[in-house]
Design a binder for this molecule. Structure first.
Ligand code: BGC
Length: 247
């Protein structure tokens, strides 16, 4: 058994956690999820959901958090799908002091990307690898020869009159009731843009919709190899648990 850390993935509408064995890169508990209100959910509600997860596991050790914002040295610098009041907050003060434990935070997509790169589909990959998480927003983790360039925010690239996540996130697929074909074509246009800008060697697609990869891959014309992320819904939690090591 390796070091154990409680990994917590803060999302726009739910907070999820599980105990992770950092050596195996596996969740060794069940996944515990608390739904929060309609985004952007007030800070206090997110903090209470976080504290409930810590109490649920009766956790007394280190906690790693994946947070859906730009995060540098535990400070939040942006708020796209979360309460704007998060900006400037220190995660250790807000989460850590609430439960009296050490908390380390990184961007949620960087967390998922790190898990994928160390334990999943990005293992041993050289060159430029970009993981995109498609959910409420679009998150990105950017690697060059296995080294993470954090907080790249490729979901916020200006695209088609707005930012990319307003064009082809999976939330947009739902709210605009887009068919798989229509949405797949949108995603393809975005991937072509990413390809043009960065010439990646591999693009990994994460987030819940990646489970339906076979249903939309036919609409992708991009030349770069595109694969679904391997670690499915545990990548965010496993990667969050790794935050103390790479954040
Ligand atoms: C945020 C990113 C986050 C992504 C996925 C975006 O709106 O700006 O920081 O990684 O959503 O949650």
């Amino acid at each position: 058994m390796g070091k154990k850390v409680l990994g917590i993935d803060v999302g726009a509408s739910a907070v999820k956690g599980g105990i992770v064995d950092l050596k195996k890169g596996e969740m060794i508990s069940e996944r515990f999820k608390i739904k929060t209100g309609v985004p952007p959910c007030p800070i206090a509600e997110v903090v209470e959901a976080f504290a409930k997860i810590v109490a649920h596991f009766d956790w007394k050790g280190e906690i790693g958090v994946g947070f859906p914002s730009i995060v540098k040295k535990n400070i939040i610098y942006s708020a796209s799908n979360v309460d704007k009041a998060w900006i400037g907050n220190d995660i250790q003060k807000v989460f850590g002091e609430r439960v009296g434990l050490p908390v380390f935070a990184v961007n949620d997509a960087d967390a998922a990307g790190m898990a994928e790169r160390v334990f999943g589909g990005g293992k041993g990959q050289k060159g430029t690898v970009i993981l995109l998480t498609l959910g409420t927003g679009i998150g990105s983790a950017f690697f060059r020869d296995g080294v993470l360039i954090p907080n790249t925010e490729l979901g916020h690239l200006k695209f088609r009159g707005d930012i990319a996540e307003k064009y082809c996130s999976s939330r947009i697929k739902e709210t605009e009731e887009l068919s798989m074909k229509k949405w797949g074509r949108r995603l393809d246009r975005y991937l072509l843009h990413i390809e043009h800008l960065f010439s990646p060697d591999l693009i990994l697609i994460g987030g819940g919709i990646s489970r339906k990869f076979d249903n939309f891959k036919a609409h992708l014309t991009v030349k770069t190899e595109v694969r679904p992320a391997k670690m499915k819904n545990v990548a965010g939690i496993v990667g969050a648990a790794m935050a103390g090591d790479f954040g």
